[in-house]
Write a protein of this length. Structure first.
Length: 117
């Protein structure tokens, strides 16, 4: 069962739709504005990596390159990316902490981080 991506020609929102029968024509509807004026996109696809390859990818210095341990938003992005690379969802607590750190960084009200554990 493929997942197709469409872009609404009226509001520009990109949306994914699960298609149960690719032989049967579908008319997707934009969840934001309700328009049926949708254009199908060619989506990227990925091939599954072995666990060894995923861990090897994490040792590449370019993976760590944009991490600034003194910036809560940078750490939050890194934690999310690490979870995605490992194929694991963040727990609710960790996701909440990452979102709070990102909000504090945007508002400039966060405390300075002296050390990352």
């Amino acid at each position: 069962m493929p997942i197709y991506e469409y872009r609404c020609c009226d509001c520009g929102r990109k949306t994914s739709f699960l298609v149960l029968n690719p032989q049967k024509p579908t008319s997707p509807k934009c969840p934001k504005c309700g328009s049926t004026n949708m254009r199908r996109l060619f989506s990227r696809f990925s091939s599954p990596l072995s666990e060894e390859r995923r861990l090897e990818k994490l040792t590449d210095p370019s993976f760590w390159g944009d991490l600034n341990e003194n910036d809560p938003a940078s750490v939050a992005r890194f934690v999310r990316r690490m979870g995605k690379e490992l194929g694991e969802e963040l727990g609710e607590d960790l996701e909440e902490i990452a979102e709070e750190a990102a909000r504090e960084a945007e508002s400039g009200s966060g405390d300075e981080v002296d050390e990352v554990l």
